[in-house]
Design a protein around this ligand. Sequence first.
Ligand code: UGA
Length: 444
Amino acid sequence: MRVAMIGGGYVGLVSGACFADFGSSVTVVERDPAKLAMLRDHKIPIYEPSLDQIVARNVQAGRLAFTADLKSAVDGADVVFIAVGTPTRRGGGHADLTAVYEAARAVAKAATAPLIVVTKSTVPVGTGREVARILRETRPDVRFDVASNPEFLREGNAITDFTEPDRVVIGIDLLDTEGAARAEASMRQVYAPLVAKNTPFRFVSRESAELAKYASNAFLAMKVAFVNEMADLSEKTGADIAEVAGCMGLDRRIGDKFLRAGPGFGGSCFPKDTRALAAIAQDAGVPSRLVEATIAANEYRKEAVARRILALAGGEIAGKVVALLGLTFKPDTDDMREATSLPVMRNLLTYGARIQAFDPEGMAHAKSMVTGDVTFMPTARDAIEGSDILVLLTEWDDFRKLEPQDVMAAMRGNIILDMRDIWDGSAFTAAGAVYHAVGRARTA
Ligand code: UGA
């Protein structure tokens, strides 16, 4: 199949590279000149394990190319995916669909033969229908079949999630039997290796596919927000959230995934998609109290981390040095979008604290997002050196290897707050720490 992927962002780049790896001939259209130059130079603008190898081998095999010229990519393509950004619109939580509709118009103008057009961006219910309308209005002379194929990959795990997904969801226009059959056949071809290994495929209405994406993200976000509340309760009651979640997760109706307590969820998806879903539900006249509560609980939690650090410091933190380990919204990414570290740093600076921060991949972005007394350190050890309080926010693997004795020897103070519960609290306590972990009464 000849595939055009409009948008070389996270989803577009990963999907484009993986479709090429599946055997299609893929052209990724990226209009940001800086990004395009990097891609053409075989440099990956995002940090995603093993993506560079997949891109390199498919470029070499002649199956993957990058261009700014949408027209040439669409000309001769069998399938066009729209994978452009859908950020939160200013005011209210709605998704901004400007880029999606612009892409649809550009695709229509460029089309020279019948096309399957697939939205891969996360889009509100009804967007597929609107894309179909735009395409047909712009080019009544061309046949377009419009499908919705939401993407469920996680940053940091993108390649495995794409190549071994739990399911592939494809929304088609069920009222147009012939068009639906054409779209279904093309999608089966693009995803041939997954069809061959019996991955569950769900061909549903476009509206169901669009809503399934938001509902899945919101449900996972709700799980995380719920377990975070139970973590607070565990701390107050003497329970241990890791034990509580372990017991809950054994119930297959609940499942053991997304039950790790932490400093609140962030990233480019959960916050944006929960806001968008709440807005969609409001507009539809059926407000989602649960999604709204998830958003509010998470906002509260992100702001509460700094208050907790202030309380651990005895209510006065001006002039004290706080070491922050892990700034990205989760490990194995350089993504700082809506990371909890941002409100934590902002609030600590307001309290007058001095911050020594370290993150393996996120510091370049972090530097441009905070102003004030933050020193970005070259290593975790440097960040810890001379600190009064050490706070771990993101569970990068390297941080697991830190030796309690070394950490305590490097610190000036002895307060540790492990917001991901990755360290051995008793070893730190034995080394002299006053040790606090998320969801657990203090290790004595
Ligand atoms: C999320 C979904 O997991 C993907 O299925 C989806 O495709 C993607 O959004 C998207 O819509 O594009 P992602 O944002 O990459 O993926 O990150 P997650 O691994 O889901 O983590 C989200 C946040 O929840 C992170 O801040 C993470 O630290 C937090 N989290 C997750 C927890 O605090 N505890 C957990 O148990 C799991």
